[in-house]
Design a binder for this molecule. Structure first.
Ligand SMILES: [Zn+2]
Ligand SMILES: [Zn+2]
Length: 390
């Protein structure tokens, strides 16, 4: 059976907004047609009508499902190094608590219209939830190891974890520049093929830049507190981004997550060396940890590919992409909703190589269908809400 949905507007994302447009889906959620209101093919069709705007399901570009039990446990505004120490010391919990929190987070994300998630893991505990979920997950197994001596064993451990997840939608990734030795990045580069997508926490704090540029700042305390040696790192006057990406293989796609302290010269560097990069913004997590947002206009001006993530419930009170968009629009009023919806859908889907099925209202895709209500025309308001239709 085919259902024809219409609303004040539809935003197909990969084609222009249609006032009073219609989208037709079969019972499996497959898109059969996208129409203008006057299309003769609609003549004898019964329409299901909504007030608001219809869009495809969201892509949450960055999450850590396995930290869902940490909601409300980490104080806000501590800055990144302190946040990391707290997560490391507080993440231990019973298997039951961890499992229940993941199930709830997965259900909440689906209810809030999230269709695809790029999800970071350190363990395989989330594999069962993901296998049962209506959400399509791409799992990034994180590598952490600042001590060069552990490089090879860490890559082997990550491989073992990777086997627990669906093979087509898993990759191994460095966690961040400040948590991976150069040797680890090189060892990983030798062991992955060019389809392996990387997803790196990048310049979430200016302390990362201070550490690599001058070997100063709060990361020195973080390493000391956690007994992590940094002897092998020399101050080199370069920002954190330049200290990670150059050691990864050139052909592989890289998602850079956070980018709160990414400067135009960092973006220029990435462009100059010809890397295939997506910048994933997690605004509410940035406000939670550092109390500050990335300079979004710099990314827009230099035409970077942006996507949106929630990060985990350790640094957010919701896993809700619409709330992330509100945080961006509140600060950057000139952005159009059409632009940021594309970041939150097709860009994330493309970054994860899932754009053949997700991220836009196009015939042949199964992207989900969401109704955004409470808008002012096509402008996002604080009262806007999302309802999953399909
Ligand atoms: Zn993260
Ligand atoms: Zn984060």
């Amino acid at each position: 059976m085919i259902t024809y949905y219409t609303a004040d507007y539809i935003i197909p994302v990969t084609s222009p907004v249609i006032k009073g447009g219609v989208v037709a889906l079969d019972e499996k959620g497959l898109i059969i047609g996208v129409y203008h209101s006057a299309d003769p093919q609609l003549q004898d069709k019964e329409l299901t009508r909504y007030e608001g705007v219809l869009i495809p399901g969201f892509v949450n570009g960055h999450c850590h499902l396995e930290l869902s039990h940490m909601r409300g446990k980490v104080p806000t505004g501590t800055g990144l190094p302190k946040f990391l120490s707290t997560v490391m010391s507080q993440r231990v919990a019973s298997q039951e608590d961890i499992a229940q929190a993941m199930i709830k987070a997965d259900q909440d994300m689906y209810a809030k219209g999230i269709q695809v998630v790029g999800d970071h893991v350190n363990t395989a505990v989330s594999a069962a939830v993901k296998a049962e979920s209506p959400i399509c997950y791409h799992t990034f197994v994180e590598l952490i190891g600042f001590d060069p001596a552990v490089a090879d064993e860490r890559v082997d451990q990550a491989r073992d974890t990777e086997y627990e997840f669906e093979p087509q939608r898993t990759s191994i990734t460095p966690h961040a520049a400040y948590s991976c030795s150069k040797k680890l990045l090189r060892s990983l580069s030798d062991k992955v093929d060019n389809k392996n997508i990387f997803s790196i926490h990048n310049q979430e704090s200016d302390e990362e830049n201070k550490f690599f540029r001058y070997k100063q700042g709060a990361f020195l305390d973080f390493y000391k507190e956690n007994n992590i040696s940094h002897e092998h790192v020399m101050a080199n006057g370069k920002n954190a981004l330049q200290n990670s990406i150059q050691f990864l293989p050139e052909e592989n796609r890289v998602v850079l997550v956070h980018n709160t302290y990414t400067a135009p010269k960092d973006m220029d560097y990435v462009t100059r060396i010809g890397r295939d990069v997506y910048y994933c913004l997690c605004p509410k997590a940035n406000l939670y940890i550092e109390g500050r947002l990335p300079k979004v206009q710099n990314f827009v001006l230099s035409k970077q590919k942006l996507m949106i993530g929630t990060d985990s419930l350790a640094s957010n009170d919701t896993l809700d992409i619409l709330e992330e968009l509100k945080a961006i629009h509140e600060e950057f009023e000139d952005l159009s909703l059409e632009t940021t919806i594309a970041w939150a859908t097709i860009n994330g889907a493309t970054a994860l190589r899932l754009e053949d099925k997700y991220g836009s209202l196009e015939v042949g895709k199964t992207p989900g269908l969401l109704l955004i209500k409470g808008l002012d025309g096509l402008s996002l308001t604080a009262q806007a809400s999302v309802q999953r239709i399909v």
